[in-house]
Design a protein around this ligand. Sequence first.
Ligand code: ATP
Ligand code: MG
Length: 442
Amino acid sequence: MAEKLSAVKGMNDILPASVPRTEKLPDSALWQWFESVVRTVLARYGYQYLLTPIVEPTALFVRGLGEVTDIVEKEMYSFTDAMNGDKLTLRPEATAGIVRAMIEHNALYNGPLRLWTVGPMFRHERPQKGRYRQFHQLDVEALGLAGPDVDAEMILVARALWKELGLVEGQHVRLEINSLGQPGERKAHRDALVRHFEQHADVLDADAQRRLHSNPLRILDSKNAAMQPVVESAPQLMDFLGPESLAHFDAVRATLDAVGLAYRVNPRLVRGMDYYNLTVFEWVTDQLGSQGTVCGGGRYDGLMAQLGGKPAPAIGFGLGIERLLLLMQELALPVPDSAPDAYAIVPPGTALPLVMTALEALRAAGVRVQQHAAGAEGLAGMKAQFKKADASGARHALIFGPDELARGHVTVKALREGGGSQVERPLATPAAWAPTLLQSRS
Ligand code: ATP
Ligand code: MG
């Protein structure tokens, strides 16, 4: 036998629930439902869909995310195109590519844009539950809009998603917000930070030592428990914000208060990319261990200009789909049924073309029908077929017995509620009775 191949470490198959597997990952049905909810909710807020390439020039991320960030320093899948020597990177996040595309197409010429996309991201991290090397994000961005109303809108978009998905805000997911102010304010804070960390140089780990002068703000983002006391006692950026930055933050908070959305101001919230300013936020959960952030974002008013475009304000967030769906699975939240409405049972000897014609008519009427397919040795016995029908989760069995077929009929048997009751239905008029098969879809 040929040698089996496996997926690349940290990169996963997202499979139907019926496929047994060892690693805890979301099921494909949950995944699809999430995507459908996303489409509905984003349309409600007037956001438009776009797709950008998975591969971008390496320089885009180095310039966009900042050289002294975890992602650029050690997490990027970068390679040289063997054909032409181009330096390329599998995107570790979506914002830089979207901004690149907007600049390239002069897309803000006609005014601001609200956009969203979904797709795979790549980061060379240590794989663990909720942390993978290929993972997927929903990414939502608003470009060309400067007001605090848009910051609040971003946060409300996420809240609307939780609501539709059955996650309870404040219980399953909590909001944390902060303001990073403007570059000048950050500079003053940075100088104070450097002084603080210099005084505690003995407890800094290697990463922090290295970043002390290149990017001390990143030290606040450290997950090293031993450093938490010195991180806790560090000077807070909030104390360095000027009146304009404070007014912007207050306006965001006023909207959140008005809509009754509870949040915690977390002065330590700094986020992993350099491009953020003013409002930053994260939606966190306590149920996924140290992979507790399901969604994070903020304002990045400087990025358009930094990547060579006309300056324009912008804000966005990224939501980790695997993490969110793992959380939903862990909470066992009810998910709409993706099981078939009906399973077609076909006794051996039945005329399959006739059956398949009838099933086509039912499907055209919107019914989800799974057919018991004939194997090489023909169709299995009725008992075996009924077992498959049960396992499929279908609420009805369609029994194409030779007698009913001869009368132009099919027997519809209730498999779940209505315990075994059965009726005959005419095959000539499927549209008339198909709706009864759709009833009690969850
Ligand atoms: P973390 O602090 O957990 O590393 P991050 O700040 O690096 O997260 P972002 O760059 O803000 O994450 O990405 C947005 C979201 O994408 C995160 O909140 C998380 O839900 C998800 N995410 C990030 N990295 C991974 C990963 N390696 N595997 C799975 N999901 C991820
Ligand atoms: Mg990270």
